[in-house]
Design a binder for this molecule. Structure first.
Ligand code: GDP
Ligand code: MG
Length: 636
């Protein structure tokens, strides 16, 4: 069976609560004060089973002073029942509530003219005509207008039929979004603990599961779930839902918080939004103005930063603005909100969240920002995703950050991502998304830096990756450098070794003098065999006294090519000499029953002094040619 939410709307005393009672038999005025004063102060609830449609009513207060309570209930409704009393016709809160429904994007509903029993047919016709004027050009144009009496029950059955018909037309709630339950009531129930209620706007709440209370970020467990007053194992999107929570005191939960899957949403205090100012707003919306924002069931104060060249959004106009909240909220792309003036409090407009993780903008970037916000507003999902990715610049964007901004389920993010990749709107850098522009820019930076390095140090093998990381990837996750290098390697531009990057065409072309120098040094070490000179001595013999740093580079080349081996400090050996010695050692060992040799034995075998014997043996230990045991070596 289908579950839908119907919200009442309309001026105080126009018979909203009486109408809900006539339809359901339930008095939605539950507070003692409401019963005593005969007025609705806070939202109330009732439900009605119409066979194929099950309706959860949210009855709202009509009094001007309680619009904020009305807003806590109005955000998740499928249908509005706009109530107009036949004896008073359209009044201020009729208009305000109706405006709110339009700003919240309510798409369907009907008008109920109440107190039919109190007026003559002629007056009823007049109210009917005024009602049609009110709704002309809105989502309610052409919707049923029914005149009823809650007192006599006249046409209440017809109203039920109309509700059932409309209800069957309400589209299923989109399944693309993660679970969200904005909390409109929190209280303690004896023996159960904390209970919260709300309209489940997306997803489902299951008994036993863990959820996160946002924006506080507290983990809670679902002890029990109720829908329409009966215990269920899970509540579905579009149902009025009560959840018994464990892991938290009721006092720590308040109206305006949201239950969501663990780790999925992120609290924010800055959003970019598209704002629509009502025709009847007393003045234009300007930067630094302090406003009340109602989003979900929450009411939070915020300062406006208008993102329009004119610096303002005039009554009746739509524009972009940044809202900076005085306390954290949660919201995702497309969430609707209502704006009320700080004082005196009245509804002045509403809007849609575009970027819930916005950064403070610079005024001179306005042009670029407008384009981006427009794309977020009217783009499809792959385009929206690409905008978020582009905005992340060199930080790149993880899927979790897309999830927090959009509330999309994983499959939806994956599909959008795939399409954006196909369109060439994003690049997948080992799981991190970056814009193609940023990726190309990084590639250019890397190539230029490596090329400069080669020019500056022609004898160096290449540029340490660490330098690239520091200079260009300081703000990026490690995946990005890896992906850029992998891509440059694939294109044949560079060769990336463990810690070094070089251009593919980079060869250390030695000058004729350097070539000769290398040969000379190599000769010196070859001749010295197991008794090599110190480095400085070698340079001296090669006639290099005045150019030691240059000599080191040439020496380094000999080491890299494998001709020389560093054995200890600045003691280098000709590799072949070491190999010969190792072989000698093994031959010697094979003639011993215990395969061991001590230092004097080694000195004799190698024909070297102690100065060389110790470093050589330690080198052989490291190379696992020998293993030290006390003052002897076992040849392995
Ligand atoms: N005669 C008559 N009185 C009604 C009707 N509906 C509501 N009332 C009365 O109008 C007053 C306000 O009704 P209520 O439902 O509290 O209005 P709300 O403020 O819109 O919720 C109450 O005294 C109701 O008894 C109706 O259809 N006929
Ligand atoms: Mg009422």
């Amino acid at each position: 069976m289908k579950s839908i939410i119907v919200g009442t709307a309309g001026h105080i005393d126009h018979g909203k609560t009486a109408l809900v009672r006539a339809l359901t038999g339930i008095d939605a005025d539950r507070l003692p004060e409401e019963k005593r004063r005969g007025i609705t102060i806070d939202i109330g609830f009732a439900d009605l089973d119409l066979g194929d449609v099950r309706i959860g009513f949210v009855d709202v207060p009509g009094h001007e002073r309680f619009v904020k309570n009305m807003l806590a209930g109005a955000h998740g409704i499928d249908l509005v029942a706009l109530v107009i009393a036949a004896d008073e016709s359209v009044m201020p809160q009729t208009r305000e509530h109706f405006d709110i429904c339009r700003l919240l994007g309510v798409k369907q509903g009907l008008v109920v003219i109440t107190k039919k029993d109190l007026v003559e047919e002629e007056l009823l016709q007049l109210v009917h005509a005024e009602t049609e004027d009110l709704i002309a050009g809105s989502f309610l144009e052409g919707a049923p207008i029914l005149a009823v009496s809650s007192r006599t029950g006249d046409r209440i059955e017809d109203l039920k039929t109309a509700l059932r018909e409309l209800g069957s037309l309400v589209p299923e709630r989109a399944s693309e979004f993660i679970t969200r339950l904005p909390i409109d009531r929190a209280f303690t129930m004896r023996g159960f603990g904390a209970v919260v209620t709300g309209t489940l706007i997306a997803g489902e709440v299951n008994e036993g599961e863990e959820l996160e209370l946002m924006p506080a970020g507290v983990r809670v467990r679902v002890r029990g779930v109720q829908v329409h007053g009966a215990a269920v194992t899970n509540a579905l999107a579009g149902q009025r839902t009560a959840v018994n929570l464990s892991g938290i005191e009721a006092a720590a939960v308040e109206r305006g918080m949201t239950l969501a899957p663990v780790g999925r949403l992120r609290p924010t205090q800055i959003i970019d939004a598209r704002v629509h100012l009502l025709d009847g707003a007393p003045r234009a919306l300007r930067s630094r103005q302090r406003i009340r924002v109602h989003i979900g069931a929450a009411e939070v104060l915020a300062r406006v930063r208008v993102m329009e060249t004119t610096g303002e959004i005039k009554p009746g106009e739509i524009g972009f603005a940044q809202l900076r909240f005085e306390s954290p909220i949660v919201g995702v792309l497309g969430d609707r909100f209502i704006i009320r003036s700080y004082s005196p409090q009245s509804t002045i407009g509403g809007g849609s969240v575009l970027d819930s993780a916005a950064a403070k903008h610079r005024w001179r970037d306005l042009g670029r920002i407008s384009v981006r916000l427009r794309n977020l507003w009217d783009g499809d999902r792959p385009q929206q995703l690409a905008e978020f990715v582009a905005d992340a610049e060199r930080h790149g964007l993880h899927r979790s950050e897309v999830a927090a901004r959009t509330g999309w389920r994983d499959e939806v993010i994956e599909a959008a991502n795939k399409q954006a990749l196909v369109d060439g709107a994003v690049v997948d850098a080992e799981g991190v998304m970056v814009s193609p522009e940023v990726f190309d820019e990084l590639k250019r930076d890397v190539l230029a830096e490596v090329a400069t390095h080669h020019k500056r140090e022609p004898l160096s093998r290449g540029l340490p990756k660490e330098i690239l990381r520091e200079r260009y990837f300081g703000h990026s996750p490690p995946e990005l450098l890896r992906a850029v290098l992998a891509q440059l390697e694939k294109q044949g531009a560079v060769i990336a070794e463990k810690e070094i990057v070089r251009l593919r065409e980079h060869t250390r072309e030695l000058s004729e003098t350097d070539k000769k120098l290398r040969e000379r040094l190599e000769q010196i070490y070859r001749d010295a065999a197991v008794e090599p000179p110190s480095m400085n001595e070698a340079f001296e013999r090669a006639g290099l006294n005045d150019a030691i740093p240059h000599g080191r580079k040439i020496l380094q080349l000999l080491i890299e090519s494998g001709a020389l081996v560093k054995v200890h400090g600045e003691m280098f050996f000709y590799r072949e000499a070491l190999d010969t010695l190792a072989k000698k050692l093994r031959d010697y060992a094979s003639r011993q029953s215990n395969r061991t040799i001590d230092v004097p034995g080694f000195k004799e075998l190698a024909g070297v002094s102690r100065k060389y014997a110790i470093p050589l043996l330690e080198y052989f230990d490291r190379q696992r040619v020998t293993r030290r045991e006390g003052d002897r070596r076992i040849v392995l």
